[in-house]
Design a protein around this ligand. Structure first.
Ligand SMILES: C[S@@+](CC[C@H](N)C(=O)[O-])C[C@H]1O[C@@H](n2cnc3c(N)ncnc32)[C@H](O)[C@@H]1O
Length: 391
C-alpha cells in the first residue's frame, strides 16, 4: 500500500541548496522491497527531478532530490533554506507492484491505446533479455542458419550466453526440442511466472498458434512458477569452466566467443560435445567494446601489457577463430563478416567474396606487432557469423 512519511527537523545542511534528513524506518522497509516508486513532497506537492546527483542538488537545487542509504538528500523548490522555511517535507512510497491499483490502471489505459502499446513493444524488443528479443527476434534470426543445417528443429541445443531469462530456450522446447541447455555467467532462471506464461500463450494464439500445440506437455500446470520440461539452466558459469552435455545437435552463441579467455579450449570442448554431423553457430563481435562504433579497432594498437589492464576479451580476428574451429574438426559451412569499407560504412560480405577493405596499410602499421601481419580484409571485419559442422 502507498504511504507518506513526514521528514522531521532538524535537517542537516550539506552545502549549497542541499539538505539531508534521516529516512523513516518504515519508509526504508518499503524501499527495500523494490515494489515502490519514491517521491519527495514539499507541502504535499511533488519535488523533482529525483535520482539527482549530490552535486546537482547542492549546485542547482530547485527541488532536486535523491535517496541514498538511510538518508534523503533534497532541496527546496525555490532554493530557500529547508531547515528554516517552515514548509513540510515528506517522502511518499507509491505502490507500483503488479497487485497495485496504479499498476492495473496503467495497464488498462495502455491496452486500448495503440501508441502506448507500440512504445512498450519497441522498448521491450531492444532489451536482450526481453520476451520479444528472445522468444521472437532471436528465434527468427536463427531460422536461416538452422534451415541450412537441414536438422529441422534440433533435438538437443546448448545456448552459450543466453542472458538471464531463457526465452529462446522456451521457444525451442515448444517447437519440439527435447533438451535445451541455457548457460550464462549471470543467473539464469529455470522457471517462468505462470501468470506471464498465460499471457504469452494468449499472445501465441494470436500470432503463432502452432506454438500452443505442445504447450501443456512442455509447461505442466503450476503456481506461481512453472519449470519447462527439458530446460536445463546453467547459471553463473563461465563457458571456459562449464562442463557440457554430450551429443549436442546444435550449439549457438551471440556475442560471447570474443569474451572466452581460452578460445582454443572452448572450441575443443565444443568439438567433444558435438557428434559428427552436429552443428554450432557463433555470432562473434570483434570490436573494441570501449569504442564500438567510433574506433572499433582501437584495442588492436595496445601491446600485451597495456591490454592486460582492460582485457575485455581475446582479441582474436575472424581468421583466427576460423583456424581454431577448423583445427578442432569442424568445417565452416557458411561464414559472413560485417566489414568496414573505405567510405567508413559497413556491409555484410560472405567469406571468400572480394571487397575493398576500410583499414589501410598505414593504419595496420599502427597496430601491435601481433596484428601487423594480418590481411587488411581480416582487420576490416568487425563481426562475424559462422555456421560450423562437425566432421
Ligand atoms: C550480448 S549478450 C547476448 C545475449 C543473447 N544471446 C542475445 O543474443 O540476446 C552476451 C551474453 O553472454 C554472456 N557472457 C559473456 N561472457 C560469457 C562467458 N565467458 N561465458 C558465458 N556467458 C558469457 C553475458 O552475460 C551476456 O548475457
Amino acid at each position: 500500500m502507498s504511504a507518506t512519511f513526514r521528514l522531521t527537523r532538524p535537517f542537516q545542511h550539506d552545502g549549497g541548496h542541499a539538505f539531508v534528513a534521516d529516512a523513516p524506518p518504515r519508509f526504508l522497509e518499503k524501499v527495500a522491497s523494490g515494489e515502490y516508486f519514491i517521491t519527495v513532497l514539499e507541502n504535499g506537492k511533488d519535488l523533482g527531478p529525483g535520482h539527482a546527483s549530490h552535486g546537482e542538488i547542492r549546485e542547482i537545487g530547485c527541488g532536486r532530490y535523491s535517496t541514498w542509504g538511510n538518508s534523503i538528500w533534497f532541496s527546496a523548490s525555490d532554493n530557500s533554506n529547508c531547515a528554516k522555511n517552515g514548509r513540510a517535507y515528506s517522502v511518499m512510497a507509491v505502490d507500483v507492484s503488479d497487485r497495485s491499483a496504479l499498476y492495473r490502471t496503467m495497464i488498462d489505459r495502455a491496452v486500448p491505446d495503440d501508441g502506448s502499446l507500440l512504445a512498450i513493444l519497441a522498448q521491450n524488443a531492444q532489451r536482450h533479455d526481453g520476451v520479444l528479443g528472445g522468444f521472437f527476434r532471436q528465434r527468427n534470426a536463427m531460422r536461416h542458419w538452422i534451415d541450412l543445417t537441414g536438422l529441422g528443429v534440433p533435438r538437443r541445443i546448448t545456448e552459450i550466453g543466453c542472458g538471464g531469462t531463457p526465452w529462446t530456450g522456451l521457444r525451442f522446447l515448444l517447437e519440439g526440442t527435447e533438451r535445451f541447455v541455457a548457460a550464462d555467467i549471470v543467473t539464469v532462471q529455470d522457471a517462468f511466472s505462470a501468470a506471464q506464461l498465460r499471457d504469452l500463450r494468449t499472445t501465441c494464439e494470436q500470432f503463432e498458434p502452432s506454438l500452443t500445440a505442445r504447450w501443456d506437455e512442455v509447461l505442466p500446470p503450476g503456481e506461481p512458477y512453472i519449470r519447462p520440461l527439458g530446460l536445463c539452466a546453467q547459471s553463473e558459469i563461465d563457458f571456459d569452466t562449464m562442463v557440457m552435455d554430450d551429443g549436442i545437435d546444435f550449439t549457438m552463441s551471440t556475442s560471447v566467443m570474443q569474451r572466452v579467455m581460452d578460445p582454443e579450449g572452448a572450441y575443443r570442448k565444443l568439438a567433444q560435445a558435438t557428434p559428427p554431423g552436429g552443428f554450432m553457430f557463433h555470432a562473434i563481435d570483434l570490436r573494441d567494446n570501449r569504442h564500438f562504433d567510433a574506433d572499433p579497432l582501437a584495442f588492436l594498437a595496445l601491446g600485451e601489457e597495456e591490454y592486460a589492464q582492460i582485457r575485455s576479451g581475446n582479441r582474436l580476428r575472424a581468421s583466427q577463430h576460423r583456424a581454431l574451429i577448423e583445427a578442432q574438426g569442424f568445417e565452416v559451412v557458411m561464414e559472413r563478416g560485417f566489414v568496414l569499407g573505405p567510405n567508413g560504412g559497413h556491409s555484410w560480405v560472405r567469406h571468400g567474396e572480394d571487397f575493398a577493405p576500410g583499414v589501410t596499410e598505414a593504419q595496420r602499421e599502427q597496430l601491435a606487432p601481433a596484428f601487423r601481419a594480418l590481411d587488411l580484409r581480416d582487420l576490416s571485419t568487425t563481426s562475424v557469423q559462422m555456421l560450423c559442422r562437425r566432421r
